[in-house]
Ligand binder design. Structure first.
Ligand code: DOR
Ligand code: ZN
Length: 461
């Protein structure tokens, strides 16, 4: 007798949709077949789609440190309700994750406070912790993040969002020589280096120029952080990856030119993967008047032509997957001058609904959504026990109602600072239940039960 059965649903994998029954035993998928077996609990999934749980490798849950903005329980509740069953938490917390010991500590600290499964990133600060990167891998970190072009607070290692050269108490952005050493070390340790790609020198010069010209609107912000800033860093990074053999993962690609560089590099055999985010796929500069300062993220949301090129890149495999870059700030912080307020918004809860909405409009297919939200991130991080509804994998299953119509609303989000640029967007196609290793964790847009999430110690590759 199986523990749990999902009967008569449409099972979606990366290739196809098939009407099959799914049987769960001890938290794992024990059988996917047309056979009719008994189970202790049977869910009638007629007219529903079953998707593998989403894997979001890019969340800033701010815990520990800035728990007024977000914390691990709220962030993972948001994830569970949004059909995300695995998150990888970014390391720019306070304290930051700078060595193997920090990885273990953070993983332990999240225990009992996670509503979904989780892995953690380590943070590279260049020479300061170069010799600690190997230890992060040993301790189980999924990958190493490098905020290229960011200055960092000397004491707390917090990111400086709006850096001025000469500012005291900060570690200025690293020069390329020091960055090259990170790539060498990553290659040696066979790790993954995830980068924030923006050239700070160009940004600084343009920011000054635009400020002096009196610019304060979204155009001025865009002109201060143009596609060229992303291009310069991606170019250098690709050259470093090619030269050292380090696996480069480019985070939040935001421009058409960025996509084109990655396309050519992949054709050239450079060890590179890349992701983009829902805000780049669903918003452009044209939305600023409607959305306001909530739209500010780094890299900045660019032109409609960039948005279309990102979709093209995602469809042809240049971009491997989509991740939320869930990075909330407080409502108060997000008020004020566009140049001064911090960048970032909520995203983990609305990512799957937004993609399902595209399916309803006939723009993409459900197997495509499964590839770019579950299968491809599982492959990158070696999560061979996740990312598909298949025998032997974890029973991370999302029940989707493709006919459900609902509006994304700030007040419905489970984040500690529920604010999104997608507020007010009508969507057809919603996750209505989320199962984590066979246990129901979210139902009808709310959380069910206690935190059941477990740490995924990496690398599993
Ligand atoms: O907009 C952003 N916010 N971009 C980043 O890269 C960092 C993030 C944050 O941590 O707030
Ligand atoms: Zn981020």
């Amino acid at each position: 007798m199986f523990d749990l059965a999902f009967k008569h649903g449409f099972v979606v994998n990366g290739e196809e949709i098939r009407r099959l029954n799914v049987y769960v035993q001890d938290g794992k998928i024990a059988e996917v077949s047309a056979e009719d077996h008994e189970a202790n609990e049977t869910i009638d999934a007629t007219d529903r789609h079953l998707l593998p749980g989403v894997i979001d490798d890019h969340v800033h849950f701010r815990d520990p440190g800035a728990t007024n903005k977000e914390d691990f329980p709220h962030g993972t509740m948001s994830a569970a309700v949004g059909g995300v069953t695995t998150v990888i938490d970014m390391p720019n917390t306070n304290p930051a994750v700078l060595n193997g010991e920090d990885v273990r500590k953070k993983a332990g600290y999240f225990k009992g406070r996670a509503y979904v499964d989780y892995a953690v990133w380590g943070l590279s600060l260049g020479d300061l912790n170069l010799c600690d990167l190997a230890g992060m891998k040993k301790a189980g970190a999924a990958a190493v993040k490098f905020f290229w072009g960011y200055a960092i607070d000397e004491k707390t290692h917090a990111l400086i969002y709006n850096y001025e050269p000469g500012q005291s108490g900060v570690i200025p952005p690293l020069d390329d020589g020091e960055v090259y050493k990170i790539f060498e070390e990553i290659a040696k340790n066979k790790q993954i280096l995830g980068i924030h790609a923006e050239n700070s020198e160009l940004i600084h010069m343009l920011t000054e120029r635009n400020r002096q010209a009196g610019g304060s609107d979204y155009r001025a912000l865009m002109d201060s952080r143009p596609a060229l800033a992303e291009v310069l860093t991606i170019q250098t990074a690709l050259a470093f990856a090619k030269d050292t053999g380090a696996h480069l993962h480019i985070l939040h690609v935001s421009s058409a030119q960025g996509v084109e560089l990655i396309r050519r590099a992949k054709a050239d055999g450079v060890p590179v993967t890349a992701e983009t985010c829902p805000h780049f796929l669903f918003l452009s500069a044209d939305d600023y008047d409607r959305v306001g300062p909530m739209i500010k993220v780094y890299p900045v949301i660019k032109e409609e032509s960039d948005r279309l090129a990102l979709w093209a890149g995602l469809k042809d495999g240049t971009l491997d997957f989509v991740a939320s870059d869930h990075a909330p700030h407080t409502v108060a912080e997000k008020q004020g001058s566009l140049f001064e307020i911090p960048s970032g918004m909520c995203g983990v809860e609305s990512m799957l609904p937004l993609m399902l909405g595209e399916v309803s409009k006939g723009k993409v297919t459900l197997p495509f959504v499964v590839r770019v939200l579950s299968e491809n991130p599982a492959k990158l991080y070696g999560f061979s026990h996740k990312g598909a509804i298949a025998e032997g994998r974890d029973a991370d299953i999302v029940i989707v109602d493709m006919l459900k119509r609902r509006t994304i609303r700030n007040e419905d989000l489970h984040s500690k600072q529920p604010m999104t640029a997608f507020n007010g967007m009508d969507i057809t196609g919603w996750p209505i239940r989320t199962y984590l290793r066979g246990k129901l964790v979210a139902k009808d847009f709310d959380i069910v039960g206690n935190p059941q999430g477990e740490w995924i110690s990496c690398p599993q590759y």
